[in-house]
Design a protein around this ligand. Structure first.
Ligand code: IMO
Ligand code: MG
Length: 423
């Protein structure tokens, strides 16, 4: 069975934890888009691991992790991640990590440009500053450098020289910055190529052959549906296709080989960075939820914005991702609330919207229409059976199922690996 797990909101839905659990029963876990802008937190035996580029499944011995061609790789960040894991006793051997030679490489000028572009914008995106947008831009402009180029000194030399010729002029004339020195970058990235070489292969062939041999693959989405470059709240999005559709282009595994898509959904909503957020709390509730849910970005440490559950967002995500199962994460964060709201529509200039609108002005200005449900006011973390959940908690979940037209299969009620209910 080949399964995709995606985020249904603005990222940080708890994908890391779900992947950690599901990957125990799959052979291979593959990333297909994004880069080290992602931050997936997994807590095992009170030890916290935060993954940025490596699939969270790397924690399981004997399982293979793949970084598919759709991912943008910052080699420095990846090598640090591998080293840090080694320090915690987890060895990432070449048998356990496969990186596509076709992945585009995040270069120093991408990281710098990410920050500089933000300073020039009137409406800042609030990016993670990891160079993700500029790297994908170069991929599409057709001047990007790929992982395979790092293994070929002649190719790297040509491409890097070509890039610096143009980029240095932009840095000087537009941003008043000093030049990037060819020699330094060339030597640095050749060394990365050497360090990564053992992991590099044609991951499209690797994955397809594995699937033909009846091995199972879990595709790990980064970010969320509303950060998707096409379907997200553009321009406040990331630069890749985080939706299920991104899997095929980002790994070379065809749609006919994908069996199922699971949506990871937070029991409320959060967002890091700028951009519209119709159900954002305007009250002290934001502090309450942020504290209880530890809502700080795993990559940048920024406080996450928090709000009520928005069923328009998630229903849209269910449709475009072909979701057949929901994983509701962090339900326990709502434990102490007397009342819980669910957004069931937007209202804008007298018009009611029942599906997520396209018009940025509507999304930005719409007022949410809420349904209010009673809270359960009971700690959920120790519960392991659906039937043992308080009546009001079940009513909340079942109302979400009605609105989203999908069954809830997993319910996370705490941060540890074991704090999950399978239904
Ligand atoms: P995971 O995988 C939450 C947000 C940034 C910013 C926008 C664009 O942990 O869910 P970028 O650096 O990608 O160009 O920034 O996207 N963003 C995320 N927000 N979780 C993430 O990943 C994110 N990755 C990017 O905050 O608003
Ligand atoms: Mg995250």
């Amino acid at each position: 069975m080949n399964i995709v797990v995606i985020g249904s909101q603005w990222g940080d839905e708890g994908k890391g934890k779900l992947i950690d659990i599901l990957s125990q029963n799959t052979d291979i876990t593959a990333r297909y888009q994004g880069g080290n802008n992602a931050g997936h937190t997994v807590i095992v035996d009170d030890k916290q691991y935060i993954f940025h580029l490596l699939p969270s499944a790397i924690l399981h011995e004997g399982k293979v992790c793949v970084i598919g061609n759709g991912v943008v790789v910052d080699p420095k960040a990846l090598l640090v991640e591998i080293e840090e894991l080694a320090g915690k006793g987890i060895k990432v051997s070449a048998e356990r990590l496969r990186i596509s030679g076709l992945c585009h490489v995040v270069m120093p000028y991408h990281r710098i440009l990410d920050g500089l572009r933000e300073t020039k914008r009137k409406n800042k995106i609030g990016t993670t500053g990891r160079g993700i947008g500029p790297c994908y831009a170069d991929k599409v402009t057709r001047c990007g450098i790929r992982v395979i180029d790092l293994l070929n000194p002649k190719m790297l030399k040509e491409k890097l020289a070509d890039n610096l010729r143009e980029k240095n002029e932009i840095f000087r004339k537009v941003y008043g910055r000093n030049d990037f020195r060819f020699r330094n970058i060339y030597q640095e990235y050749l060394a990365y190529g050497k360090a990564l070489a053992p992991y590099v292969c044609d991951t499209a062939i690797y994955l397809n052959e594995a699937i033909d041999q009846k091995k199972s693959v879990l595709f790990e989405g980064a970010q969320g549906t509303f950060l998707d470059i096409d379907f997200g709240t553009y321009p406040f999005v990331t630069s890749s296709n985080s939706i299920v559709g991104g899997v095929c282009a980002g790994t070379g595994v065809p749609p006919t080989k994908i069996d199922k898509a699971i949506a990871c959904v937070k029991a409320y909503t959060t967002r890091v960075g700028e951009g519209p957020f119709p159900t954002e709390f305007s009250t002290h509730l934001e502090d309450v939820i942020r504290q209880k849910g530890k809502e700080y970005g795993a990559t940048t440490g920024r406080p996450r914005r928090c709000g009520w559950f928005d069923s328009l967002l998630v229903r849209y995500s269910v449709i475009i991702n072909g979701i057949s199962e929901l994983a509701i994460m962090k339900l326990d964060v709502l434990d102490e609330l007397k009342e819980i709201k669910i957004c069931t529509a937007y209202k804008h200039k007298g018009k009611i919207y029942k599906t997520f609108p396209m018009d940025f002005e509507v999304i930005s200005e719409a007022k949410p229409v809420y349904e209010t449900m009673p809270g359960w006011c009971t700690p959920l973390t120790a519960i392991r059976k659906y039937g043992d959940l308080p009546k009001n908690a079940r009513a909340y979940l079942e109302r979400l199922e009605e609105l989203l037209k999908v069954k809830v299969k997993y319910i996370s009620i705490g941060s540890s690996r074991s704090a999950i209910i399978f239904r």
